[in-house]
Every structure is written in C-alpha cells, then in structure tokens.
Design a protein around this ligand. Sequence first.
Ligand code: APR
Length: 485
Amino acid sequence: MAPATYLPSYLPIILERGDLTQLAVDAIVNAAGPTLLGGGGVDGAIHDAAGPELLAECSTLGGCAVGDAKLTAGYRLPARHVIHAVGPIWRGGDHGEADLLASAYRRSLELAVAHGLRTVAFPAISCGVYGYPHAQAAEVAARAVRDFILAHPGALSGVYLVAFDDAAAAAIAAALAELGAYERIIGGLLGLIVGDALGVPVEFFRREALDRAPLLDMIGHGTHDQPPGTWSDDSSLTLATAASLTSSRTIDPEDMMRRFADWLERGEWSAHGEVFDVGITTAESIKRYLSGAPAPWGGGGEMDNGNGALMRIFPLACALRRATAAQLIERAGEVSALTHAHPRSRLCCAYFCLVVRAVFRGGGLLSAMNEAAAALAPSLPASEAAALARILDASVLDAPREQIRGSGYVVHCLEASLWAAHRHQGFSAAVLAAINLGEDTDTTGAVTGALAGALYGREAIPRRWLEALARGPELLAVAERLAAL
Ligand code: APR
C-alpha cells in the first residue's frame, strides 16, 4: 500500500530520512550555535561538506540570537544556500523553549521566502547536543511550518524535515500524522456544514430540473426560502453531537439526546434560531425521549432507515479516531440508535466512521473503503449484506450516474457520497456532483462534504463558501475543539 500521505496537498511538508548535507534543495538549515562559528553535529557536518568559505562568510555575520536565523551561500554543498538557525537549549520545557524553537523554524522560512527559495530542508533543530526531546520538538516544528505555509500560500513547494536517526523519524512521522488528522477533521466538519448549506435551497428538487439548471455555487432561498449560508438539521444535530463529545469528553448518548431535544424545542445549534426541515424518524425519537420512555428511542423498523443518523455521525469518528475498529463499530451503532435503531442505519454509520477515520490517517478513499468493509465483515448480518453489497465491494464507485440516487434512504445517501467523492476530484466538484443528483440534497451534500473535507483538508473548501456560513466563527471553534480531542 502506498505510504500514507499524512497531509493534504496544500501542506507540502515531507519527512526525509538521511543526511541533510546531501540534499540538493534551495536551502538546508543548519542547527547552529549563537557564534555561527561551527561546532559538532549537523553544524560540523555542514561546514565539512561546504568547505572553508562557509566559515569565512559566517565570520562576517556577527553571530545570531537564539530563535533567529541568518542566510549564507552553500559553497560546495549541493544546496544553494545554508540558513543558520539557532535553536534553544532544552532546560526542561518551561523556559520558553517551544516558542524559541518555533521562532527558529519561522525565521528560517521567512529568510527563504524573502530570497525566493522554494525548497527548504531542516534537521531536527536542538534535538542533538541541545537536548530537546524529539517528540516535543517535532510537534513544535510541524505546527510552526504548517502555520507559516498557511500564512504564505504558494510560497514554498517543499519543506523537508530530515531525520538522521530512527528516533527523529518516528517523532516527525507522528507529528505529521497528528497535523494531517487535525486539518482533515476541521475540513470534514466545516465541509459537512458547507455541503448542507449548499443543498438546502434545492432540497427535493428532481434530478431532471438540476440537469437543466445545475447548482454551481452557494445560493439562498429556493425550497426553504432561507438566506445563503443557512445550514439545516443535518449540521444542527452534527454540532450538537460534537458539543456533547467535546464538553463531556466521553460518549454519552443521553447527553447527545438532550441536546437534540434542546435543538428541536429551542432551536439550539440552528443557523438562525429557527428549526426547519426536521426528519420524521428523528422527531419521533426525540419526542419519545421527551415523554420519558426508556432508551433506545430510535425507530427500529426497516422503513426507519432514513439518513438522519448518518448525517450527524461524523463527530464520533473524530472522537474515536484512536479507538479499535470494534469499539468504533459498537459506539456508532449506539449513537445511530438514538434516532435510527435498525441494523442498516447502525451499519452505515459504523462504515462511514471507519472510512472517515482511515482518511484522517492519510489513506485514500478506496483503501479506506476496503479497510472499513473488512472491519465490518465479522459483524455483518446476512440480512444486511445484500442492501450494502455495492458499498462493501466498492462497486458503487463504478456505477453509472443513473444508478446513483440522492434520496433520504440511508444506503442511497452513503452510496451517493462515496460515488461523488470518488468520481469528482476536489471538494467543490464532489459536493456539487452529490447535490445535483437531486432529492435529499442537503444531506447528500452534508455527508459528501464531510468526506471530501476530510479527504482534501480545510483549505480545499472555497473561502467564499466558508465565509457565507451562518455563525461561521462558532463553527470553526467547534471544529477546532473536535480536532483537539
Ligand atoms: N543530517 C541530518 N541531521 C543530522 C545530521 C546530518 N548530517 N547530523 C546530525 N543530525 C541531527 C542530529 O541527529 C539531531 O537530531 O541533527 C539534529 C540536531 O543535532 P545537533 O547537530 O547536535 O544540533 P543541536 O541539538 O541543535 O545543537 C546545536 O550543537 O553542533 C553544535 O554548533 C552547534 O552549538 C550548536 C549545537
């Protein structure tokens, strides 16, 4: 299997295993001392490889403060330049070391961009003689580089974090994997809400009408006569689920149900304080809960298999991204059953969570689907195998558009989102393709938006769509809390 590409494409941060002095990049970064007059470790290796002219130039620079960096030529090195960065000496972690280390990375990249350099390779600054533990240093480095790249889009084409030994490599790999999951979780939650808001104005539109006049952008009014950027029950119940998971930091289905009831009765987590477009099975389940009936409150009949649980299950995949597949499958079924208790809805929720968290780890959609199908196989009742057949063998991905439905049936919704994400590159194309299937467009938009947002990361979502969302800042805060779990 191809190595996981931890990070979305807009973050070209690459783990490189080997000797920094041999990299033919625009600039390698030296883990220098404040005098800039050479030393051991990578500093010594760089001066040895560059030749005496490097020391001669360094001698003219007047040293360098901790957390700062200075640029020289590369001389006999394959790299055109050397950026001499001075990291902090580790003193236990409460002497501002993290800020100084982040500054050393940031200043190095500022110098690179100021000189039009696009490829930069770093050693694990401060992790040798200066004693900075690899795990903490790699996390600081990965975040500092991510923040710089997001603030300077397109300025760099590759930032290499070079590991000279296994300890460094493991720490950098773990830090990049966490960074990738963070970007993908935020992308998935915001993508779900954007997909929902895109679909709201054309909900219940027939495909023929959308074939004649496809949805191309975020519009308003239409079916529910709501202003542009208005999201519906899909996002409201997703946000209520996320709020439950991030506030109690446990999985408490009763707490989730109470929040669902707060939404239905008081418009909690609605876009403009008004509840519209409530699913029948969801409403009946919440009313059962409010009447004091015992759990499970969800409808368990075969005709209760609407997409009302699938549309709100994404936050559970975030909260359980480190759990075992068996734990995730069990909890997804439990959370589905709050409103949708039939095995089919439970299995679709479990499958979607398994796919999404494989995507968080950098896996592609098809490998994530195969992994999910394999994990579900042992717990799949024969009665459900037929209904889910095209999903479990992934043949739905190759189905012609005429065989893909955007209805409110949970299997159709899941099939449509997988099909749209697989057959259309990029966030916008995938979500619009799902919505233009017609019928339950806000939910196919939401589920596809969650999947595509996770696949491509938050920066792949058009900014104008994010800026159109009602309560935008609050949504980002929820997404960041979810990503920090
Ligand atoms: N390529 C890549 N990485 C390397 C190489 C190399 N050729 N040689 C060493 N490293 C790694 C080390 O394994 C370590 O993980 O660079 C990292 C930084 O270690 P040091 O070079 O010891 O740098 P640092 O901990 O920042 O201490 C800097 O040491 O060499 C002196 O003059 C330098 O005073 C400064 C201090």
